[in-house]
Design a protein around this ligand. Sequence first.
Ligand code: PEP
Ligand code: MG
Length: 321
Amino acid sequence: QKAVWAQMKDEASVTSDGKQVELAANIGTPEDVESVLNNGGEGIGLYRTEFLYMGKSELPTEDEQYDAYKSVLEKMGDKPVVVRTLDIGGDKELSYLDLPKEMNPFLGFRAIRFCLENESIFRTQLRALLRASVYGNLKIMFPMIATLEEFRQAKEILLDEKNNLSNEGVAVSDQIEVGIMVEIPSTAVTAKQFAKEVDFFSIGTNDLIQYTMAADRMNEQVSYLYQPYHPAILNLVHNVIEAAHGEGKWVGMCGEMAGDPIAIPILLGLGLDEFSMSATSILQARTQLRQLSKEDMQSHKETLLSMGTADEVVAFVKEIT
Ligand code: PEP
Ligand code: MG
């Protein structure tokens, strides 16, 4: 099996009926890039930048961040690199910031909510990213976007820093796409409105599932409700993809679901453009993908979306693949 997967490293991510998708990887540090390339990753679909901020005693400086981003972009060459801005809060704490304890941290002051309130921290990260942008194919992504205003505000700050840098004579790429994570149901439901303003979506199913099913992703007792194949999730994913494609935008997925062999045929049929997973899952995913027909999977779309339970979805996928 492993030997078969290894042959897939330099093969195209193309289905049996000739449809191309992108198989990308999730990373946490610049050191992870090596494994992405060794496993035939076609891009970085999610660079979780919070590791730059965690496990230390103070905020990372602009230069420290610049070095990290530049290193990832350079190693990836012209392959796309989606960098997610700071997603702190929820289960990820920063000891040196002394944030108040919350009753419901996952529903609280985290990610973009924190960044828009702590603008100087946010601006430092954006400047580092913009300065690094000339070294590769950078795409910037905001996490935990719940409203259009949040996206507009974040983008405005980004454009403001871009302007500041150009006034300082610092080179910045003019090709940077700006997108959002879709991991909150309000955003998945109103994807059509967002699609007019963002350059891309990346669906964060780890959080989208917990918020849609109202089941804490860390709580064993309610883990039976944490159902990636629940028709509610599939319908939200479908809605996001339709909305994006209607505006000519692309959609990725960077939650665990994107590398799941049961989910891959479904997501292919729903039209997902980019699958971002742990680097070690890419070769297996490519092997599977090359045996699937996108047209076949598409023909089962309505059946899947109208099913009643996750179990029915799984049984059906097993039957048709
Ligand atoms: C997600 O929510 O699916 C995601 C990719 O982000 P994280 O797991 O870092 O919350
Ligand atoms: Mg998330």
